[in-house]
Ligand binder design. Structure first.
Ligand SMILES: NC(=O)c1ccc[n+]([C@@H]2O[C@H](COP(=O)([O-])OP(=O)(O)OC[C@H]3O[C@@H](n4cnc5c(N)ncnc54)[C@H](O)[C@@H]3O)[C@@H](O)[C@H]2O)c1
Ligand SMILES: O=P(O)(O)OC[C@@H](O)[C@@H](O)[C@H](O)[C@H](O)CO
Length: 459
């Protein structure tokens, strides 16, 4: 088993970074950037599970936070033990969570809690009517150090403890794949603080800096045989290795009032505005992923690499990229190079990135990944068939073709997609965006594409 005392990895660095959402991406991305920074010895992470990931925490804790990062290139694997995770904690260890916030050593808090973790309502702010939010609020009002479960409440409890301890300012750095992740995280924290203790707001105004980010590194859920593979290659027993691709990107915008690791020396980009990077990544990479997840799985493929080896899928992907790129700000040559590199990343035959995993939660992802381009094209009078194809393929999956449905809104969207196609399509489109269901030409196009996907031999 990996152990610092046995000489694996480096001595645990002092905890100055806190993370919520201890999962695979955090370990392949933020921990990697920190571990490779020239001042890595000064910056250690304490990371906490979001929801329901206690098992990973225990396995990491038993290995002193060490784990093997497998960098999976087409030509072969590279193995490294990552040392920047100094402590792993379960979600129930709430007193430890508060103690980190009370310490002036803590400088930065990062997040990967998925889009669903921000608990936003229709107006984009905290959905304060949810029972879990109400339960956390009641617990906090009764005792500010009581165990709370939702991300906004955990953050506000920590920040209130920090203010009480006069431990100084810090930066909050959301790293979820959501457009405007800085604004979203900042908003739900302020909404929760306002409900819990409006007296916190002035302190937050001067002491909490929220940083916006665009993040990228394809990190599939580890395969069941990853630990055997690591043992065969390195001789180490590691109960929780994680495999990722060689490519890595981290773009950040905002201030760090209490300092940060020298992430710029590991390749992170600091900029005034992450939006152009975010759009390029979400539309081309994630939009392309969604296209393959639904249309590729209907054609019988199970992984991204399999799907892009299929000429038809690759043509669809190129058409989608051409369409979406019309609405991106980067120079044409840069976008062409980005697309070529993306195709190589998708084609990496040694990554097992399952289409079923990517296809989860289409109801949440498609509005972010596909609809901005679709709306912009329709506003300019064009019918973007590469974008409508993604919607058609998703609807076919909701109707039982291709990747199995796994969606937080499955109970709503699956019934809507049933019955006669020409009735179902406008209703499902309206669920994504009320204006789409009223666009008669769009509906006709999507119905026709659904029929073609369901019966590919028909013209
Ligand atoms: N995996 C990737 O390739 C990748 C790449 C870029 C960005 N991301 C971002 O990272 C996020 C996490 O991906 P991952 O691969 O680490 O997944 P993962 O399943 O390994 O980990 C997810 C983490 O989020 C927590 N979580 C899940 N739902 C939550 C909720 N409702 N509230 C609070 N916490 C919750 C879990 O407890 C866990 O700690 C994604 O949602 C995405 O936004 C992932
Ligand atoms: O993580 P999700 O579920 O939002 O999306 C699945 C993939 O599209 C995504 O994880 C990409 O691999 C990632 O965004 C690459 O940086």
């Amino acid at each position: 088993m990996l152990s610092r005392a046995a000489g694996h990895g480096r001595t645990a660095p002092p905890v100055r970074l806190l993370h919520l959402g201890l999962g695979n991406f955090f370990r392949a991305h933020q921990c990697w950037y920190t571990d490779h920074a020239p001042d890595a010895g000064e910056w250690g992470y304490a990371a906490f599970s979001g929801l329901g990931r206690g098992d990973l925490t225990q396995r990491l804790d038993a290995q002193d936070g060490l784990y093997t990062l497998v960098t999976r290139a087409p030509a072969g694997d590279a193995f490294e033990v990552i040392s920047s995770l100094s402590r792993a904690h379960g979600a129930q260890e709430h007193q430890a969570w508060l103690d980190y916030f009370r310490s002036a050593d803590l400088r930065v808090v990062t997040l990967t809690v998925t889009e669903a973790g921000y608990l936003r309502g229709p107006d984009g702010g905290l959905d304060a009517g949810r029972t879990d939010v109400q339960a956390d609020l009641a617990a906090l009002r009764d005792d500010p150090s009581a165990l709370v479960r939702t991300t906004p409440a955990r953050l506000v409890a920590g920040l209130a403890a920090r203010r009480a301890a006069d431990a100084g300012p810090l930066a909050l750095v959301p790293c979820d794949n959501v457009p405007g992740n800085g604004a979203i995280a900042g908003r739900v924290v302020l909404d929760m603080a306002r409900l819990f203790d409006p007296g916190l707001l002035d302190w937050l105004d001067t002491s909490l800096a929220v940083v916006a980010t665009a993040v990228d590194r394809i990190t599939p859920r580890p395969a069941p045989d990853e630990a055997h593979h690591v043992r065969d290659a390195t001789g180490h027993d590691d109960s929780c290795p994680v495999a990722t691709e060689p490519f890595c990107e981290w773009v950040l915008s905002g201030s760090f009032p209490a300092g940060r690791p020298a992430w710029q020396d590991t390749g992170a980009t600091f900029t005034d505005d992450v939006t152009p990077y975010e759009h390029r990544k979400l539309w081309l990479l994630n939009g392309g992923h969604s296209l393959l997840a639904y249309a590729g799985s209907i054609r019988g493929h199970t992984s991204v690499a399999e799907a892009v080896a299929d000429d038809t899928c690759r043509d669809w992907l190129r058409q989608w990229w051409d369409t979406a790129s019309r609405h991106l700000k980067q120079p044409e040559a840069d976008l062409a190079a980005y697309q070529d590199a993306l195709l190589d990343r998708f084609a990496n035959p040694r990554m097992r990135h399952h289409l079923a995993q990517i296809g989860a939660d289409g109801s949440q992802k498609l509005p972010i990944r596909i609809l901005p381009t679709l709306r912009a094209e329709r506003a300019q009078g064009r019918m973007p068939t590469a974008a409508t194809l993604v919607l058609a393929a998703w609807i076919c999956c909701l109707r039982g073709l291709g990747a199995p449905v796994s969606d937080v809104r499955a109970q709503v969207v699956v019934p809507l997609a049933g019955g006669r196609l020409r009735d179902a399509v406008p209703v499902v489109l309206r669920e994504l965006d009320p204006s789409l269901g009223d666009d008669a030409d769009l509906v006709v196009t999507v119905v026709r594409q659904c029929e073609q996907l369901a019966s590919p031999t028909r013209s």
